[in-house]
Design a binder for this molecule. Structure first.
Ligand code: ADP
Length: 372
């Protein structure tokens, strides 16, 4: 793979390592691996603080980072470097005894880890090169995602006004329908009205997901009894559950469950979960909703008797635009945005949203929120 970002100039490695023996060894190994030929420049510091300073003042293409330094230990060493220079790839150097910490650093965003004593110059060079390349590809992917989000956001904005105009015009036509309007025409007008509603919902979903993505959603919290929020969400769904003869079983505690939440946003999360239970549940089936709490958390669970969700996609359904192929549902096809929005809003509340499901036996979605 060609490294475009560093093509034609030396790869600048910053080695943050306080053990002089290890520093010497790494230098020699890199030299031995033909690093001179490969145009590698090695800078070295022996403290976290001086490493961070070097990154701020000089920068580097990649950091080789020992996690045990005189002024920082363990995972924190990595998180400090990563926070100081998020765009610079980091390869962690660990001893055998702290390999598990190195693995955690990779989970937190380090590009790779190398165990001292188990590497030679060639391994280090390869790891460094791939780290730089992977980081570059990730940055390009993030950039594309940002452009896509900006595109959706600006298109959605532009669509809002004409859709509102269609909706308003249809409203006027429906209100002034002549008595002799042919039934087929009347039905068509109703369809346009419904389609405009669906389009408006889609646009609002796209705008909400763009706001969540860019951290622009602010919660308007108030202290409420969650039993009311839950009951309202169930009521909003009644026309749809009644249309399919579905029964909603609510299990609420006898005493108020007081929490500080954004009522509209939490209502939206619950309506999404109940809406899915209604869409994917059986005709004449049962949707159960439970509200429970312990000393620290509140938990709302929504259970349906639908087809369930295959285990391998149980996390993916929370991604934007992801829909399970061939999942039968009643009503209009969804957009795959509902659960992504619901999870985003739940996490903004400091909570969690996840699903438990056995295919063929329905699904249970759980929302937990800190009670404060
Ligand atoms: P939408 O329902 O609009 O497609 P969501 O983000 O709400 O989007 O859901 C994503 C996907 O997860 C759905 O397309 C469906 O395949 C699956 N899903 C969500 N809820 C359920 C459920 N209760 N039972 C079965 N599948 C579900």
């Amino acid at each position: 793979m060609i490294n475009h970002s560093t093509a034609g100039r030396p790869v600048e490695i910053l080695l943050v390592e306080d053990n002089p023996g290890d520093v010497r060894l790494i230098r020699e190994m890199l030299r031995g691996a033909g690093a001179g030929h490969a145009h590698v420049e090695l800078a070295q510091t022996d403290r976290l603080s001086s490493g961070v300073e070097h990154l701020a003042q000089v920068g580097a293409d990649v950091v080789l980072l020992d996690l045990s330094l005189p002024d920082s230990q363990g995972l924190e060493t990595f998180t400090s470097v990563h926070a100081a220079a998020p765009s610079v790839p980091v390869v962690v150097l660990s001893g055998l005894d702290d390999e598990s910490v190195a693995v955690r650093a990779v989970q937190e965003g380090a590009q790779d880890y190398l165990v001292k004593g188990q590497v030679d110059g060639g391994t280090i060079l390869r790891s460094v090169r791939y780290a730089i390349e992977r980081q570059r590809l990730e940055a390009a992917r993030r950039d594309l995602e940002r452009q896509r989000d900006e595109f959706f956001s600006s298109v959605s904005h532009d669509l809002r006004t004409p859709v509102a105009a269609i909706k308003a015009a249809i409203g006027v036509v429906l209100a002034n329908e002549p008595p002799n309007m042919p039934p087929a025409l009347h039905r068509l007008l109703g369809n346009v009205d419904l389609a405009a509603d669906e389009l408006a919902t889609l646009i609002e979903d796209l705008l909400e997901i763009a706001r969540l993505q860019s951290g622009r959603v602010e919660l308007w919290r108030s202290t409420v009894d969650l039993r009311d929020v839950v009951a309202r969400a169930v009521r909003a769904l009644e026309p749809l559950t009644q249309a399919r003869s579905q029964h909603v079983e609510m299990s609420l505690p006898g005493e108020p469950i007081v929490a500080s939440v954004d009522v509209d946003r939490l209502g939206r999360v619950l309506r999404n979960l109940l809406g899915n239970a209604q869409k994917y549940g059986r005709d004449g089936g049962t949707i159960s909703l439970t509200l429970e709490h312990d000393a620290a958390n509140v938990c709302v669970s929504v259970t349906d008797d639908g087809p369930g969700i295959p285990r391998e996609v149980q996390e993916r359904i929370f991604e934007r635009f992801y829909r399970v192929r061939g999942a039968a549902s009643s009503g209009p096809a969804g957009t795959g945005l509902g659960l992504a929005i619901a999870r985003g809003l739940t996490e903004l509340h400091g909570g969690r949203l996840w699903v438990e499901s056995t295919p063929g036996q329905g699904s249970t979605f759980h929302v937990t929120l800190p009670q404060r």
